[in-house]
Ligand binder design. Sequence first.
Ligand SMILES: [Fe+2]
Ligand SMILES: [Fe+2]
Length: 361
Amino acid sequence: MGQQEPEDLLELSPDTRTILEEEGLRPLWEVEDDFGTVIDDLEADIWKWDDIQRAIDAVEDDVPIAELPPGFQRRVAVPINTAIGNAISNTIYVGVQTVSPGETAPSHRHSANALRFTIDGAEEMKTVVAGEEFPMHDNDLVTTPQWEWHDHVNDSDQTCTWLDILDLPLFLDSLNRSQAFENHELERQPVVKSQGYWDSQYGRARPVETTDDDSIPGPFSGIRDPTPPYRFQWTDVEETLHQRAANDDPDRHDGYNLAYVNPESGTPPLFPTMSFRAQLLSEGATDSHFHNATEIYFVIDGEGATHVDDDVLEWNERDLFVVPPDAVHHHDPDGEATLLCLSDRPVFEAFNFYAEAEPSS
Ligand SMILES: [Fe+2]
Ligand SMILES: [Fe+2]
């Protein structure tokens, strides 16, 4: 008699299998192999800025925003992680948007959390959010909160470019829900607030009056306290980074490391689904670590490499790269470099699932 394999011991009798099939149930030991296979694993990947620039220039030459089909009128090229095929990661979407001089990306609103990180900006390039015009200078970060009207108006004399960063894949793919979306009846929403209004509401002195109900109207009456409209000016962030570098010790894994906070609470994360950090790497290679959250990096300036498991991603200014979950990684800048890091870590932390460690040497 041959030795019994473990799966033989678990084999159901034909009668039991028939009963389970008839009643629409399966045994756990057969189901568990299927867990985690619906969405493909993310892989390390990098998009060089020269290649992105070539792509967005071609799309800009080809497609005026006004000729895009009615609906989601945004001229965007989307970096695709070939391991998953529809976005840069399984949780966070990044697109590269251009608006030519004189063009407007029309006003709309949606349930996804979103922000813009400016690459080529100008004083007269405005993202209009919640009735206020926010100028977009290089490396400024402008939030466009859930269910808040936003349009992009380029009154400058140059093409402006930025990263759109949204939590779409988390909602559309991982939770398999569609997002609510609405176009404004006007191409440009009315500008009803003076410039600086929203920033001024979240300073050290704040309005006294409060309301009992901060919920969003319309289909999102269940969502409360969306992240406010806000512009993080790069000049402020850069100054803080350099103050830290002049006075403090860097984080071993991420260098001098600032979190963008929710302007209302004053604490990170900026959105419940996505966190954002500015990182100054100026003290040589960082130590390796790994974590179950995904990290997406945009190189604000400098050059260097990030080692991700057996891959070496060599980056220059404006490149975009992905560090997948559980990959051992460290950064190795050539001199000084500044990175923007986006992560889905808040989703893990919200449910007490976040885990981080150093590899055993
Ligand atoms: Fe949008
Ligand atoms: Fe990391």
